[in-house]
Design a protein around this ligand. Structure first.
Ligand code: ATP
Length: 363
């Protein structure tokens, strides 16, 4: 079927281009297998190298290309050696969340068969929960706005009714979809409602939304206790929803549970646009060495296909996503493919070849 959909592709900095090219090839291969025409590719510039070249990290034409695309695939941006005059790093991927109102940061925490997690309990190798990180406000509302003088510096956390209710609603809807697919049907609010006014307000908003979902069980967790439980028994969670900064920290913890940053995909979703991006950054320390693990990027590509399947009502895209995810699982399943970040030999070339081989075997 000719769907004529367009992806805006932002490879960014560091390992970005290395992991983006094979990801796009896999997406197009998976779509071909299910009888879809290739997606139109709009490759766009953004990031630290773009800032060095053009004096802006996120050119207007890149923003326009993102707005007009059906979905946005972004690898990683930033380079510690390139900074704004105030000393902060280049973070256009975060600016994009504000510009396109991508309020729901979706961080699936799913164990890939064959990749042992760090926990001794075997249930730690079969995780399947989702962390939803509010992505447009919270402590990050202060980005570029905090104050600093010789004696004091402040960053202010902003929690709004609209921002909190829309992200909680997203979490409850997701829990309902997951319940239909056999999951527990539970949402945990991760907050610090016992200490901060802003977080007590967050919890009130969470409760208001929960009242609309009587079929979904609600739970509360204080962020410090949740951090401990995510190590002690992470399998108790189904869907978690939390403030931006807590989500930033907990999503890296969650990545550690499923084999590291190179295995952790993510999406930032709003009402009109969605960006799909691995949880990791541009990894400048290994850029150009071929050592990067592209799996998180591939799984982010599968999330994009899944989202398009629902958003554009194209069922075949869902099948393409299923195949891409299965190809990743099959590539790692017997334990012999070990990425360099886990002490093995496999980098971009080897992991891409293994996943492409498994994908082609599904044709
Ligand atoms: P950001 O703040 O943009 O998320 P960061 O400063 O936290 O970035 P990363 O770029 O994610 O840092 O890198 C953290 C560490 O993880 C580095 O040592 C990097 O090499 C490693 N790393 C990140 N992504 C990958 C990957 N895909 N494969 C292998 N190693 C990776």
């Amino acid at each position: 079927m000719a769907s004529n959909l367009t992806i805006a592709i932002l490879p960014g900095d560091g390992i970005g281009m290395e992991i983006t090219k094979p990801c796009v090839e896999l997406i197009q291969e998976a779509l071909g297998q299910v009888g879809e025409t290739p997606m139109n590719e709009n490759w766009l510039e953004a990031g630290a190298a773009t800032y060095t070249k053009l004096g802006t990290a996120l050119p207007d034409e890149t923003i326009a290309g993102c707005r007009s695309a059906d979905a946005i695939l972004l690898a990683a941006m930033g380079d510690p050696s390139v900074r704004y005059p105030d000393g902060t790093e280049i973070i256009p991927q975060i600016e994009l969340r504000f510009i396109l109102e991508l309020y729901a940061g979706v961080r699936p925490v799913r164990s890939v068969p064959g990749i042992k997690g760090p926990l001794a309990d075997p249930r730690g190798d079969q995780l399947d929960f989702v962390l939803i990180r509010e992505s447009t406000e919270g402590l990050f509302a202060s980005v570029g706005k905090g104050s600093r003088d010789d004696d004091q510096a402040t960053d202010t956390q902003v929690i709004t009714r609209k921002g909190t209710k829309q992200v909680c609603d997203f979490a409850f809807k997701l829990a309902r979809q997951r319940k239909a697919a056999g999951h527990a049907g539970e949402v945990t609010s991760v907050d610090k409602a016992n200490v901060f006014k802003s977080m007590a307000f967050w919890r009130d908003m969470f409760d208001e939304v929960a009242a609309d979902y009587p079929d979904i069980t609600k739970h509360y967790g204080y962020v410090d206790a949740v951090a401990m439980e995510m190590v002690r028994r992470p399998w108790i969670y189904d869907v978690m929803v939390t403030e931006n900064m807590y989500g930033d920290i907990l999503s890296d913890l969650a990545a550690g549970l499923i084999g590291g940053l190179g295995m952790a995909p993510s999406a930032d979703i709003g009402d009109d646009h969605a960006v799909f991006q691995p949880c990791h950054g541009s990894a400048p320390d290994i850029a150009g060495t071929g050592k990067a693990n592209p799996t998180a990027m591939f799984l982010s590509g599968a999330m994009m296909l899944d989202w398009l399947a629902v958003d554009k009502n194209h069922e075949a895209y869902g099948e393409a996503a299923r195949r891409l995810r299965l190809a990743v699982d099959n590539a790692f399943r017997d334990g012999s493919l070990v990425s360099t970040e886990r002490g093995g030999q496999a980098g971009v070339v080897e992991i891409t070849a293994a996943v492409m081989g498994e994908l082609q075997a599904l044709a």
